[in-house]
Design a protein around this ligand. Sequence first.
Ligand code: SF4
Length: 284
Amino acid sequence: MTKAIALISGGLDSILAAKIIESVGVEVIGIHFLLPFQKKRKIKFYGINVVDVEVGEDYFTILRNPKHGFGRAMNPCIDCKIFLLKKAKELMKKYGADFIVNGDVLGQRPMSQNKSAMKIIEKEACVEGLLVRPLTAKNLLLTIPEKSGLVRRELLYDIRGRSRKRQIEIAKKFGIVDYEQPAGGCRLTEIAYAEKLKKRLELGPLKMDDVPFLSIGRHFFEGSWIILGRNESENKELEKLAKKGDLLIIPEFPGPTALIRGRAKNVQRALELIWEHSKKKKRV
Ligand code: SF4
């Protein structure tokens, strides 16, 4: 039986792409990459057999000077897609798949879903002709599975642009009505997050266990990386996340917990920051 690896991001388009390919008689193995900067959310797979694949610290290499640049924040979308498709190609071998499927739609996202970017992505990921984009296939060149008759082009679609109307119609055909709105699940697209991440990267290479800290607290990069809890629950979270080598400072008066990460430990500055942000000071 013909087999395909389908990249499942959690958004409606990737699910539909997988469902369309499944409906034409191909066995689909969904791959859900767990990316370091993806927000945690509950994802429904609508009957697609999906495998979670953890993405490790090698992902961080694309954040340093990505070949194809960043989007509006610190999202290296073209390099990110190349990175993931390279991984998908390795998984093709593992699962004995004939091709890869994703939920791209021509013209939907300015940076990574225009014709020229789509071509570059395929070429640099070494998946030329092996990537079927069922929602927009009729706007693109024939792929190898179409040429060889594994997939019939007339069963695929010609969607382009930002409107979701056609996808919603196709979703209904598959009985999918309770999908999430197009996901803004990637923190790299958020300006405030990107500023923090950029300053953190200036201090040295990022580690996987640094990432959860970037989503909580106030951050100060003054010779060392100091994080202050903004409320009781973040103070607790900092205590929970602290690892060997971190310095945790819990004030004896109402105020933020501080955590200092990294080799440089500017304790004096952390104490000043605790004092500046403490409730006690506000009362004085
Ligand atoms: S939005 Fe984030 S996850 Fe999506 S392609 Fe861009 S960098 Fe990658």
